[in-house]
Write a protein that binds this ligand. Structure first.
Ligand SMILES: Cc1cc2nc3c(=O)[nH]c(=O)nc-3n(C[C@H](O)[C@H](O)[C@H](O)COP(=O)(O)O)c2cc1C
Length: 393
């Protein structure tokens, strides 16, 4: 009995990926509230058949069965590798061992990167470069190098006859739900979260890639995670804003507080900003999903960090949050650091060491001893007013 759903996304182009409904963590870092999918596509030309990407370890059998339902794995001609990360490339050997005449198609960088993780069949590799194409008979696969999205070797594959772009992780979203973009109501927040977590550190490379594909006729975007876009503008438009670093009139507040002192300062600055018409998002790092924070970082104009001192430095969760903020390279223009200490302090100094080299202007900092008093909260208010002014100008 055939149990699988194998959508034909364009004529003789099939989604043969798998859904990982219950996965809850990615890269030992990113929570997955809706699981994820590992998308792979089979393209059947009149003469040759190509598979674009593979799946995460553990799903090889299901993957093989799906391929065999729409084609014959044994007769596969090409395996295209857009990205060497194991969730898309770990089944290369499994597939090529069962398709004895198949050839791995990727870039020079792709071979180098994939060799670090997988045993590649060295005699069966075809290296392609930007602009090269492969004829399948009535279907052409054109390769577009799009490095650093999000590893050095990433590339896109384009199928001009059907106007399908296979951009691998670019335009991706972690969700196991749905098949097409219109199936998922909250898709753009999910895609934004994915962008913040994975692509934002490479925003400039993302903008370059968008420029490179801007003249392509694209009717379908088929990424490696999440749904397939039959309405490409739905993701192209937000990506244009995100990669350009456009910010909203919004302040993201991330903080930790053990005994409420830092929390009181945070409440004060949040209320001040709200009164000034600034949108505010607050995340207590002790209980927050870091993916939500990454999503908000994509277009927040200011970041406010609340960090009490623990053992001469920032509370470890605040340290983690600050490190992530820095590493994810958000477009925020302004920063504020607030915190409380009991004796020698240290959180503020440490936050400065991490944040000062970033491009954010630090509008104000305040570190109070113990609970914030009336005069401290007045200072917090003043910092909030100055920040609001800058954000609005
Ligand atoms: C586990 C622990 C370690 C601390 N280590 C320091 C420290 O090294 N230096 C310091 O000045 N205060 C230290 N403190 C005191 C806190 O910084 C102080 O209580 C502060 O007001 C807490 O702010 P909060 O109410 O926002 O959590 C420590 C407190 C705790 C609970």
């Amino acid at each position: 009995m055939e149990i699988y759903n194998i959508p034909e996304i364009a004529k003789h182009v099939y989604w043969v990926g798998v859904k990982d409904w219950n996965r809850r963590m990615f890269d030992a870092l990113i929570p997955l509230p809706q699981g994820t999918s590992y998308n792979a596509y089979l393209v059947k030309g009149e003469e040759k058949t190509a598979l674009i990407d593979t799946v995460n370890p553990g799903f090889e059998k299901e993957f093989e069965e799906k391929i065999n339902l729409v084609s014959s794995l044994e007769k596969l001609d090409y395996l295209i590798m857009n990205h060497a990360e194991p969730d898309h490339s770990s089944a290369i050997r499994y597939i090529m061992d069962r398709a004895p005449d198949s050839v791995l198609v990727t870039t020079e960088r792709g071979v180098k990167m994939a060799s670090l993780y997988h045993e590649l069949p060295e005699a069966r590799i075809k290296i392609v470069a930007d602009g090269d194409s492969l004829e399948l008979g009535g279907k052409t696969l054109r390769f577009i190098e799009a490095p650093w999205l999000h590893w050095p070797e990433t590339m896109f594959t384009y199928l001009p006859e059907d106007k399908v772009l296979f951009p691998c992780d670019f335009f991706g979203a972690h969700t196991a739900q749905g098949v097409y973009d219109e199936d998922i109501e909250d898709l753009i927040p999910l895609a934004k979260r994915y962008y913040g977590e994975i692509m934002m550190p490479f925003g400039k490379m993302g903008a370059k890639a968008l420029e490179k594909i801007k003249d392509l006729e694209i009717e379908i975007i088929a990424p490696s995670h999440g749904p397939i876009y039959t309405n490409p503008q739905r993701i192209l438009e937000p990506y244009a804003k995100w990669t350009a670093g456009e910010t909203e009139n919004k302040a993201l507040i991330v903080y930790v507080s053990m005994w409420g002192s830092t929390a009181e300062m945070i409440r004060t600055i949040a209320e001040t900003l709200l009164k000034e018409g600034i949108n505010v998002r607050i995340y207590d790092l002790a209980v927050s999903d870091i993916g939500d924070v990454a999503r908000e970082l994509v277009d927040s104009r200011a970041i406010i960090l609340g960090a009490p001192t623990v053992l001469g430095g920032m509370h470890p969760l605040a340290l983690y949050g600050t490190y992530l903020v820095k590493a994810l390279n958000p477009p925020a223009k302004y920063g504020v650091v607030l915190g409380s200490f009991g004796w020698g302090g240290g959180a503020l100094k440490q936050a400065g060491e991490i944040l000062v080299p970033s491009k954010m202007e630090i509008v104000g900092t305040l570190q109070v001893k113990g609970r914030a008093r009336e005069e401290d909260l007045t200072k917090v208010k003043e910092i909030g007013l100055e920040l609001a002014q800058k954000m609005k100008s």
